[in-house]
Design a protein around this ligand. Structure first.
Ligand code: G6P
Length: 475
């Protein structure tokens, strides 16, 4: 079973389905096996939709009231945990009212899981929305094997300790048998927090209360290489059409949810300065920025949108061309995978300047789509992807001069160097694709729960009965 805040699809008011936003939903969608059940929210219009089959997967929508969307999703998840875990302290709003809703919604997800999970099933919980759910699931159904994967960074213990509910959050996570993170730093931060805040003892596993042991490790997520590679091959004509429209100058591309962690302003500032200084040609170079509207009821996201758009206006007003075209092409919309791939193939460089980022799957999608071996990746050292993609031009996004140097390097890079960098990055993504990620996590989960794996049916039933759930059922 997969448990994530979002189902793979959003359910419209009229029941129509559309792909859920974000890399998590798309990565998980490609690893789903027939027979999987997925518990999640169907989006703001989904109401109280009943369970239904979507392809080979059974979807169990969890409904959220308007009040819960505001307190659990906009509030606790996206105005406390998201900024805190990404080190954006200025954006954290420690509103105490939201905690109760976060706990209640986690409880609802846990109940939705335990109501339908087959005996001894493997339950894989995802991301910061559901950090309390593992312990809640384990308390109700000790027969289940529970994994938790955090898609975003885990902050260092000093930062994490700001959270008034820090103990409860750690205890919730430690309900899992295996907790996975993107990179080794996150693992170290989590282990330090568990040792300090709940007295867990660290050895090769975290040991809690002297009995429940929890494995913790890094499993860097990836993309479906074969799928993006195939999309790339098919996008040649659309990519050519984009290039014809934009002309011969260098094309830089950004594709992000409109989020203050993505460093969109930093990259546009670097681009604007370079054309002001004449180091990039204002009459021919383009920065194409796709900014997918996201979490727009949260004030920090509204502020970010205003800041980004003001910056774009300033550059475009100053450098509007005679034919009316603009150096920054701004698209405040989401693109489907086909349209994204056309932009990937049309660009000279994809620019990822996240200030903090668990992984950044757009960087890996770009690499997988560039079977032509063209295209340079400018990549923030603060994105998890920087640890996997050595062929990128790695930058500190806070260092605007360094970002500018990287942009100039894109324009000067010999084709042979582009090819060799892209070849090495593609090999890395192909070797460690999303299937490798899922397999590694699930095999580890399997191996760290041998007792339950070997235990007979009678043991499992006894455990469930002890927890008080099968009292009125026949064996
Ligand atoms: C990030 C998070 C995901 C989330 C996605 C989209 O990738 O790690 O959990 O689903 O953003 O954000 P949203 O708030 O629209 O679900």
């Amino acid at each position: 079973m997969v448990v994530a805040n979002r189902l793979p699809v959003e359910i419209g008011a009229d029941g129509t389905l559309s792909a859920s936003p974000g890399g998590l939903a798309s990565a998980l969608s490609s690893i789903i096996r027939p027979g999987t059940q997925w518990v999640g929210w169907g989006g703001p219009q989904s109401g109280t939709a009943a369970a239904f089959d979507y392809g080979d997967v059974r979807l169990h929508p969890v409904s959220l009231s308007a009040d819960e969307m505001s307190k659990y999703y906009d509030g606790f998840a996206n105005a406390i945990l998201w900024p805190l875990f990404h080190g954006r302290l200025r954006r954290v709003e420690l509103n105490r009212v939201w905690w109760r809703s976060y706990r209640a919604v986690n409880e609802r997800f846990a109940r939705a899981v335990t109501a339908v999970a087959p005996l001894g099933a493997t339950v894989w919980v995802h991301d910061y929305h559901l950090l309390l759910a593992p312990a809640m699931i384990r308390a109700k159904r000790p027969d289940l094997r529970v994994g938790l994967f955090l898609h975003i960074p885990f902050p260092n213990v000093q930062l994490f300790s700001m959270l008034p509910w820090r103990r409860e959050v750690i205890e919730g996570m430690l309900g899992a048998d295996l907790v996975g993170f993107q990179v080794a730093d996150d693992v170290a931060n989590f282990v330090a927090a568990a040792e300090r805040l709940v007295d867990a003892r660290a050895g090769d596993r975290l040991l809690l209360d002297g009995s429940h042991s929890v494995a913790v490790d890094a499993f860097p997520i990836s993309v479906d290489f074969a799928q993006w590679d195939a999309l790339g091959h098919r996008a040649t004509d659309e990519a050519r059409a984009i290039r014809e429209e934009l002309g011969d100058g260098t094309v830089f591309l950004g594709i992000d949810r409109l989020d203050y962690t993505k460093g969109i302003s930093q990259r546009l500032q670097a681009f604007g300065e370079l054309i002001n200084e004449g180091r990039l040609d204002a009459t021919s170079c383009t920065f194409a920025q796709v900014a997918v509207p996201s979490r727009s009821d949260v004030v920090a996201y509204q502020d970010e949108r205003s800041e980004v758009e003001a910056l774009i206006d300033a550059v475009n007003v100053r450098h509007r061309r005679d034919d009316g075209s603009l150096p920054i092409r701004y698209m405040a919309t989401s693109l489907d995978e086909v349209a994204m791939t056309a932009w990937f193939r049309a660009a000279d460089a994809l620019v990822v300047t996240s200030l903090a980022d668990g992984m950044n799957l757009v960087a890996k999608e770009f690499v997988a789509a560039r079977s032509d071996l063209g295209g340079v990746l400018v990549l923030s050292e603060f994105a998890g992807a920087a640890q996997d993609l050595e062929g990128a031009l790695i930058v500190n996004p806070y260092d605007i001069e360094a970002v500018k140097r990287a942009f100039v390097a894109v324009t000067e890079m010999p084709p042979a160097e582009r090819t060799s960098r892209m070849t090495s990055m593609r090999a890395a993504v192909e070797r460690h694709d999303v299937h490798h990620w899922a397999r590694s996590f699930l095999e580890r989960l399997d191996s760290v729960t041998p007792a339950r794996g070997r235990g007979g049916l009678a043991d499992k039933l006894a455990a469930i009965r002890r927890a008080g759930r099968l009292h009125d059922r026949k064996e």
